[in-house]
Design a protein around this ligand. Structure first.
Ligand code: C5P
Length: 400
């Protein structure tokens, strides 16, 4: 999928530089061609040899920039070669140079000699990151549509402080790179508010036992990432999950269908696009015991009652400008029941996906589906990663 895609990774001088080995190694494994530039200060933290070995290309430094062995200037070659540039860690120094269009080393010359999208992952000490000058440069750089800025995280920094300025973790950088390779940097969801539900709800009968399902929320997570990377502001209502919510996404954590319903109804008025990818329970135990039930007191038969049909309620509440999209996880014939839900629940579109096929559905990193909408459109999405599928879905929805 990413064969022939070319990513230039430019490493600045910060301790987070050591994490870039993982980014390079993972991108190489999924078929991306990678070249690396290191600034002089980056080489104090990590060696060109490590990056050359992982990327299977020479790793370029300012020393190469000033060598006379190239037939064409190196920064022009690298700038023209790249489909995407990633600057990580982005230091205060490099950021300031980008803000002013300076070109005093291989990295900054290459940026000016290129036209592709650029992903920025800043990393610095909290006080440095929060300096007015740094924030001003950051805002300045982001006014240029080429630059896609990643949020910094909160956490323990190398200076032993806990605060803002921590570089986004490698998996998040890798996901963002995959998004930008799909969209070529297109931001077709800017100004859109996207509300997504994810994961399987849990209906407890006592503090330890619940009725649930195997949904891990990975499809909803992928939708949130894809929407964020296309410029949307994203709210993700999710059940207990083993993954981290992407930086920059507003996360609302819920457990039961009733809680999910309350949050979805609360955030609905503000949303332009609502995607119910959660696997909501259909029933819940009629009684809840505050204390753990001893084994011998467990009921022989469990009285159940229905949970609210969230998406049907959202359909009743939504305004004409809002798009409401459901998911239908099915076995066997996936189209007929999905079409029935599309119409009976009054949705704008539904994504039917099989849960009885290998490497798709619950828990898998991959999926396949058929997109169906109320205008009668039917689009097959062949097996791909859940992130890729999320982008295929937004490719259609963004045009509506
Ligand atoms: O479970 P089912 O296949 O009917 O789900 C179809 C759609 O309805 C999904 O988008 C799911 O998130 C939504 N749903 C819901 N509330 C329920 C059950 C399902 O919103 N109680």
């Amino acid at each position: 999928m990413f064969q022939k895609k070319r990513v230039l990774i430019a490493i600045g001088g910060g301790i987070a530089a050591y994490k870039i080995c993982e980014v390079v190694s993972t991108l190489f494994k999924i078929g991306v061609e990678i070249k690396v530039i290191l600034t002089n200060s980056a080489q104090k933290f990590i060696t060109p040899l490590s990056l050359a070995t992982l990327s299977r290309h020479p790793a370029y430094t300012d020393e190469n920039f000033w060598q006379s062995t190239h037939f064409r200037p190196l920064h022009i070659d690298l700038g023209e070669w790249a489909d995407l540039i990633v600057i990580a860690p982005l230091t205060a120094n490099t950021l300031a140079k980008l803000a002013y269009g300076m070109a005093d080393n291989l990295l900054t010359n290459t940026v000016l000699a290129s036209t592709c999208p650029i992903l920025l992952a800043p990393a610095m000490n909290t006080d440095m990151w929060e300096q007015q000058a740094v924030q001003r440069n950051w805002q300045q750089v982001l006014t240029d549509g080429r630059y896609h800025g990643m949020c910094t995280g909160l956490g323990l920094l190398a200076c032993d402080r806990v605060g803002a300025g921590r570089m986004a973790e490698p998996p998040e950088i890798i996901t963002y790179v995959q998004s930008l390779l799909h969209t070529a940097g297109k931001r077709d969801l800017v100004g859109k508010k996207v509300l997504i539900s994810a994961g399987g709800t849990r209906e407890y009968l006592d503090p330890v036992r619940f009725i649930g399902n195997p949904s891990t929320g990975k499809m909803g997570l992928a939708l949130a990432q894809a929407a964020l990377h296309r410029g949307a502001s994203v709210t993700l209502v999710h059940s207990p999950a083993s993954w981290d919510v992407p930086l920059g996404v507003q996360a609302i954590s819920v457990v039961s269908a009733d809680q999910m319903r309350a949050s979805m109804v609360e955030y609905l008025p503000n949303a332009d696009m609502i995607i119910m990818s959660a696997a909501v329970a259909d029933v819940k135990p009629r009684e809840y015991s505050q204390q753990k039930l001893p084994k011998k007191l467990l009921p022989q038969a469990l009285p159940l009652e229905p949970v609210p049909d969230i998406v049907a309620e959202l359909a009743r509440l939504k305004q004409p400008h809002q798009q409401l999209i459901g998911f239908a996880a099915q076995t066997g014939d996936i189209v007929t029941p999905a079409l029935e839900k599309l119409h009976s629940k009054n949705l704008d579109a539904i994504i039917a996906n099989p849960i009885d096929e290998p490497d798709s559905g619950f828990g898998s990193d991959n999926n396949r589906a058929i997109f169906l909408d109320k205008q009668g459109q039917r689009i097959e999405i062949s097996p791909c990663s859940k992130l890729q599928m999320a982008h295929h879905i937004f490719d259609v929805l963004a045009k509506k």
